[in-house]
Design a protein around this ligand. Structure first.
Ligand code: FE2
Length: 443
């Protein structure tokens, strides 16, 4: 398996597997596995080994840890069980790179991951190559791997895609805390449009809707079972709230008015001294009210003019909820959001608004995408069954104290998202690419 364009593999002593290895009869899964593993290395190619050691906030992990942990997943849940004669790369890696699977092995405290100066980066890259070669062998076995092994490889591919997004999220925070404020990639930030249409709330029909994954394709266990939910008629904004619109909330005293906030949110504002979204610098007191903000992105610091019409990003659920309250609206439930993928609009909607209907929310243009906070607590669907064994810890045990986000972000890997996809974070979380879509009544 070779990774075209991977600086790391071409400049380090990484193991390169013969690209001519036969991949039938599981060609599509094998190709997807190889592409995803290569994409991870491409994503980290702009980084130095020192960049990959930083763990700048409790939510983040060092990039070096992500590189190892994603390999650990394949080794722990697939190769150990399903590849006869498989030799683990290093006996200590089973617990060292375990994230949170209590029933699998012990693991170090998350906050200590930045202390992993050993194993060295080169050794971790060799670990990745060792796992890649073994998965290739497993997929190439004559009678084919067991169906359970194939299902777990597919899960491992989606798991690695989740960590690809985390790599970008974490390195943005790492570079924000670096006094030099380096850019991950000068061209990473896509320019904001020069103008945006005013927000319009598009009405949607209520009634009985089916929610949850359908069809034979992959989904996580938390997207099942598909079930029915009753919705009153509702309305959803056709686009996300922009930075310029959020700046109006700030200028109107949004962070100083307790009546706009949930109680826990107001406590967070006081304790954490929030005055703006996470990566906004300055005070917004310029002549225009916003001109003194600058916003840090993967391309480095941007003037406010450069991001004014981009969706606001890196806000907590509490800030999203307070903004919606200030704007006279609310956040959608996760069920309204998902049902909007399938529902037709209701009422006498003018033609120009029908064209803007967010009927396919997950297909919005990438640059304009942010995870969208919903008003829904992250809970199991009725009849939810976690995966058997240790993999049952993947999603189910986090169904307490978190809110659901929908839609994906500009950093979500292509093809990773779907309408039933449920992301989740604690309501004070701000390091994700998270934004606001307003909801309201169907007038
Ligand atoms: Fe993980």
């Amino acid at each position: 398996m070779g990774c075209n364009g991977s600086t790391l593999l071409s400049t380090r002593r990484a193991h390169v597997i013969d690209a001519t290895i036969a991949i039938a009869p599981y060609a599509s899964l094998a190709a997807r596995f190889r592409a995803v593993r290569c994409r991870t290395l491409d994503l980290v190619a702009p980084l130095t080994p020192e960049d990959m050691m930083v763990q700048s906030c409790p939510e983040a992990s060092p990039v070096k840890w992500h590189l190892a942990h994603t390999s650990w997943f394949f080794e722990s849940f697939i190769l150990r069980e399903f590849l006869p004669g498989y030799k683990v790369f290093h006996p200590d890696f089973a617990w060292l790179f375990n994230s949170y699977y209590q029933t699998f092995a012990a693991f170090p405290e998350k906050r200590l991951r930045s202390s992993f100066s050993r194993p060295a980066l080169d050794e971790i890259l060799q670990y990745r190559a060792h796992v890649d070669e073994a998965i290739d062998r497993l997929l190439d076995t004559g009678s084919g791997p067991a169906p359970e092994a194939l299902a777990r490889i597919e899960l491992g591919v989606h798991h690695e895609e989740q960590h690809q997004e985390l790599i970008l999220t974490d390195i943005l925070h790492a570079f924000f805390t670096n006094p030099l404020r380096p850019a991950y990639k000068p061209a990473a930030h896509q320019p904001a449009p020069e103008s945006v249409e005013p927000i319009q709330l598009i009405p949607h029909q209520g009634g009985l809707h089916e929610i949850g994954h359908k069809g034979a394709g992959f989904c996580f266990d938390n997207e099942l079972p598909r079930h029915r939910v009753w919705l009153e008629p509702y309305a959803l904004a056709q686009r996300l709230v922009t930075c310029a619109e959020f700046a109006e909330f700030i200028a109107d005293g949004g962070y100083r008015r307790p009546e706009l906030w949930l109680s826990d949110g107001w406590n967070a504002v006081q304790e954490l001294k929030w005055r703006a979204p996470l990566y906004w610098d300055g005070n917004g007191n310029g002549a225009s009210g916003t001109s003194e903000w600058s916003v840090f992105t993967l391309s480095g610091a941007m003037s406010f003019d450069q991001v004014a019409n981009s969706p606001v990003s890196h806000i907590s659920h509490y800030e999203a909820d307070a903004y919606a309250h200030w704007a006279g609206h609310r956040l959608p439930t996760e069920f309204e959001w998902e049902a909007a993928e399938a529902t037709s609009v209701c009422g006498n909607l003018p033609e120009n608004l029908r064209a803007q209907s967010p009927a396919k929310l997950v297909q919005d243009h990438d640059a304009a995408k942010r995870w969208e906070w919903t008003a829904s607590a992250y809970l199991p669907y009725t009849g939810f069954r976690p995966l058997p064994g240790s993999l049952g810890e993947y999603n189910g045990k986090f169904m307490s104290g978190q809110m659901v986000l929908r839609g994906g972000s500009c950093c979500t890997p292509p093809g990773h998202i779907r309408p039933s996809y449920r992301n989740f974070f604690a309501p004070a979380t701000r390091w994700q690419f998270s934004g606001i879509r307003l909801a309201g009544r169907c007038e």
